[in-house]
Design a protein around this ligand. Structure first.
Ligand SMILES: NC(=O)c1ccc[n+]([C@@H]2O[C@H](COP(=O)([O-])OP(=O)(O)OC[C@H]3O[C@@H](n4cnc5c(N)ncnc54)[C@H](OP(=O)(O)O)[C@@H]3O)[C@@H](O)[C@H]2O)c1
Length: 318
């Protein structure tokens, strides 16, 4: 596939706007050892792609060493890479948001993207980039449905996303691509669903806060298919990546129903959660409704657009 610099200095595929992606193409998942990356690798491979993973601790043949903090990367293994999907970032929900943890959450996202921007000219086959981001980046006013054009919110997560996307945009000055503002990812193991499921499975689950707060979500397979679709269709721009928005009560009730567990406990009051989790309680108490209209207009269709339909295979598999 031929490549040529555009007026902006971007490297595009030779078939502008109508890409014939080579299904034997090599894709590189930076941060691909995690929850999303592992599934994304499987689904890319199922379609015939070759997948490499950038990791600070390579263990397998397809894993390539890098150390973005110290500017190190095993470049010679990356000569065939046509697409990079950048999923790097320390887990947002894993620990209390102390000042040092907040700094680490930002650094672990910005630093890998800034480093990638500095080595793109050494990847001769590269023609597409996908930057992961988060949908929790809007002011989250009740009753508002947030589209991608809305400004960033004032809270910590919005600050993370703003810095993260600024770094992605530096890459997108050099190569075509998209930024996906990912909603809560529903997966068979780990992530938010495991945390919600645990107390319900023990028979002590309940909704949180008022239970009316809305959460955007996406099934992991839809998210991975969306990343593949973005590459194959060469989408450009920023997209909210969610299937739907549901309330915390909806989520709790649907999980309990699918697990055949009763919900008898009173709702967990917001103040108790704030005491327990500190500022991190924002993750479960925030009331955000986002739009996926821009995504739908690209022609992408969800396999799991409905909450119960999405949760059923996940809760019966795990
Ligand atoms: N899961 C969700 O519900 C969700 C929702 C919205 C957005 N996202 C975003 O999507 C991305 C992937 O999510 P995930 O759930 O797959 O995350 P994950 O399981 O925590 O994996 C993140 C990956 O990032 C890499 N990483 C962490 N710190 C790094 C650093 N300082 N430098 C370089 N690499 C680093 C790790 O790779 P190595 O340790 O192997 O180097 C790890 O494999 C994250 O950025 C996350 O914030 C996820």
């Amino acid at each position: 596939m031929s490549e040529h610099p555009t007026e902006q200095g971007q490297r595009h595929s030779g078939t502008e706007g109508n890409l014939q992606v080579n299904q034997a193409a090599t894709v590189l998942i930076a941060g691909g050892t995690g929850l999303i990356g592992q599934r994304l690798k499987q689904l890319f491979e199922k379609k015939g792609y070759t997948v490499l993973v950038l990791t600070r601790r390579p263990k397998a043949n397809h894993e390539v060493f890098w150390d973005p903090s110290n500017g190190k990367i095993d470049l010679e293994k990356l000569a065939a890479v046509q697409c990079i999907i950048n999923l790097c970032g320390e887990n947002i929900g894993a620990a209390r948001w102390t000042a040092s943890r907040k700094a680490a959450l930002i650094k672990s996202r910005v630093e890998p993207a800034v480093f990638l921007a500095s080595i793109l000219d050494k990847l001769p086959a590269l023609n597409y980039y996908i930057g992961a981001s988060g949908v929790n980046c809007y002011a989250a006013e009740p009753g508002v449905v947030y589209h991608e054009s809305a400004p960033y919110g004032p809270d910590f997560l919005s600050t993370v996303v703003q810095a993260w996307e600024k770094a992605h945009q530096e890459i997108l000055k050099q190569v075509k691509g998209s930024v996906l503002r990912i909603a809560m990812v529903l997966t068979p193991q780990g992530g938010a669903l495991a945390a919600m499921k645990r107390p319900i499975a023990m028979g002590i689950g309940s909704a949180i806060g008022s239970g009316e707060q809305m959460s955007p979500w996406i099934h992991i397979d839809d998210l991975c298919e969306l990343m593949i679709f973005s590459f194959e269709k060469q989408l450009e721009g920023t997209y909210n990546a969610l299937a739907a928005n549901n309330s915390n009560s909806d989520l709790t009730k649907t999980i309990a129903q699918l697990l055949h567990k009763p919900l008898w406990a009173p709702k967990v009051p917001a103040f108790a959660l704030k005491l327990l989790l500190g500022e991190r309680a924002f993750l479960v108490l925030t009331n955000l409704k986002a739009s996926n209209q821009k995504l739908i207009q690209t022609g992408f269709s969800f396999k799991y657009p409905d909450l119960k339909q999405a949760l059923k295979p996940l809760l019966t598999k795990s």
